[in-house]
Design a protein around this ligand. Structure first.
Ligand SMILES: Cc1ncc(COP(=O)(O)O)c(C=O)c1O
Length: 485
């Protein structure tokens, strides 16, 4: 029988009362000042009763609410999403491509995009982001790379990129939109990590203002809103509202939560009235934090010095990305130090860096703790010897620059006859399942792709580092399903 103290709610309460500080989503950061309007969620939790409209056939208050939201954002249509950006990305992909058609997408898209490719049996052509030298971090997507692929492949129906990335890297969306529109195709931007861009002038400009046709934003990641809440915006006439709506009805729950929908409206209402000013103050505290972190000698803060290089058009300062590339630490090591010694929980760690999400839900004492912890850790480090640094830079460059060879579509890879083989014996075989570290959920290998030696090495190396390698059916991660020969 479950003990009282083992119940999830008890564990959550105990955790909430502890001194662990969140540098992860949701963007409200469990800040009590933010949730004051919500006493008991059951009080406002209803279903589609008379007078409260229906998200799937909005004619009343939800229609008005979403029209008002569209006017706040400058969109033609804004849809409330209660199944996260994931369902918006699925609807955007399926609503702009035909079954069995072709999409051009950035290879650093989230797994939700690959699920869309799978569901619509699409052929995916990939555009690769640049790689930031010596950091092991992906840069931006270049408009000229998108142009070349569109020129070479006339069958492409839509283009999907992610901007900002998990690491806060913003691509030249305006340049990419101009290219894509020259071919008469729609541009979808996964702006899951950029919902805050729409408010104030201190952060990068939202893709919606830069010419994208569909923009998907997770409110819960960087704004004060409940987990799972997101928005899909449509602008221009290259995308059929009807098709997007058809797929939103498929991918969203038929019982949309009024707690979430009220939360979405509340969040936009607050951001529109007071949020712009709050974003200005938040930006000031971020600049102070970033200036303090500039004193680090061994850890490297990813900052504006990379803007204008490696496809980095702009950078979201709210993502505190710390590279361990010059030190003997891995990202997983730094993540562990911050958690165990300082009780600071990061959003994500990769082989070479950690990511802290900050938002206007952060408290001054939290940001101070992050600065002190990183500066103190940095003081105890030394740079790697030259030869180790070289070796490491070769390791990361293999990790970030390997380009899997596509042998079959994601659908064919997932539905083909498969057999498990040991990871180390999988070189040269075609993957029958995804392999990714989560977060960020960008596939190292997608079904239908050839397992090149560099990719198998990467999987094995991530596992050795203790990173959360997921997607394989084998929970031990020792075997991977490949297509039977
Ligand atoms: C780039 C990106 N896109 C989409 C998603 C999915 O967003 P959601 O969790 O709101 O479904 C994520 C989630 O982390 C993401 O990182």
């Amino acid at each position: 029988m479950m003990r009282q103290e083992d119940r999830l709610i008890e564990r959550l309460r105990r955790y909430g009362a502890s001194d662990f500080y969140p540098f992860h989503m949701p963007g409200h950061k469990r800040n009590p000042a933010i949730g004051s309007e919500y006493t008991n969620p059951f009080e406002i939790d209803i279903t589609e009763i008379q007078g409260f409209d229906n998200l799937h056939h909005p004619e009343g208050i939800l229609k008005e609410s979403m029209e008002w939201a569209a006017s706040v954002y400058g969109a033609d249509r804004t849809y409330y999403l209660i199944n996260g950006s994931s369902c918006g990305i699925l609807a955007a992909i399926c609503g702009t491509t035909g079954c069995g058609g072709t999409i051009l997408m950035a290879r650093n898209c989230h797994k939700a995009a690959y699920n869309g490719v799978f569901l619509n049996h699409l052929k995916a052509r990939y555009v690769y982001p640049q790689v930031i030298e010596n950091l092991g971090i992906q840069g931006g997507i270049l408009p000229e790379d998108v142009d070349k692929l569109l020129r070479d492949h006339e069958d492409i129906e839509a283009v999907l990129i992610v901007s900002p990335t998990y690491d806060g890297i913003v691509s030249d969306v305006e340049g990419i939109a101009q290219v894509v529109h020259r071919y008469g195709k729609p541009l979808i931007v996964d702006e899951a990590h950029g919902a805050h861009f729409s408010f104030g002038t201190d952060f990068p400009v939202s893709a919606l203002e830069k010419g994208a046709d569909v923009v998907v934003q997770s409110l819960h990641k960087t704004l004060p809103c409940f987990t799972q809440t997101a928005l899909l915006h449509v602008k221009g006439d290259l995308v059929s509202h009807k098709e997007i709506e058809r797929y939103l009805r498929v991918f969203q729950s038929s019982s949309p939560s009024y707690v979430f929908m009220a939360g979405i409206e509340n969040c936009i209402y607050h951001m529109d009235r007071e949020g712009r000013g709050e974003m200005g103050k938040f930006h000031c505290s971020l600049m102070n934090l970033r200036a303090e972190l500039g004193a680090m000698k061994h850890l490297t803060l990813v900052d504006e010095r990379w803007i204008g290089k490696y496809g980095v058009y702009d950078l979201d300062p709210s993502k505190i990305v710390i590279s361990v590339g010059k030190t003997a630490l891995t990202g997983a090591d730094l993540d562990r130090i911050l958690r165990e010694k300082y009780h600071l929980e990061m959003e994500m760690c990769c082989a070479d860096h950690v990511v802290a999400i900050t938002s206007l839900g952060d408290r001054t004492d939290g940001l101070k703790r992050l600065a002190q912890a990183l500066l103190e850790t940095d003081r105890g480090l030394t740079d790697r010897a030259e030869d180790r640094a070289l070796e490491s830079s070769m390791e990361w460059s293999g990790r970030v620059t390997s380009r899997p060879e596509v042998e079959m579509t994601v659908f064919e890879g997932i539905s083909g006859e498969k057999e498990p083989v040991a990871v180390e014996d999988s070189v040269g075989r075609i993957a029958g399942e995804f392999v990714y570290i989560y977060p960020p959920g960008i596939p190292i290998v997608a079904p239908g792709e050839m397992l090149l030696p560099s990719l198998v090495h990467t999987i094995w190396e991530y596992q050795k580092m203790g990173l959360s390698v997921q997607g394989m059916e084998d929970p031990s991660g020792k075997t991977i399903k490949v297509i039977k020969r």
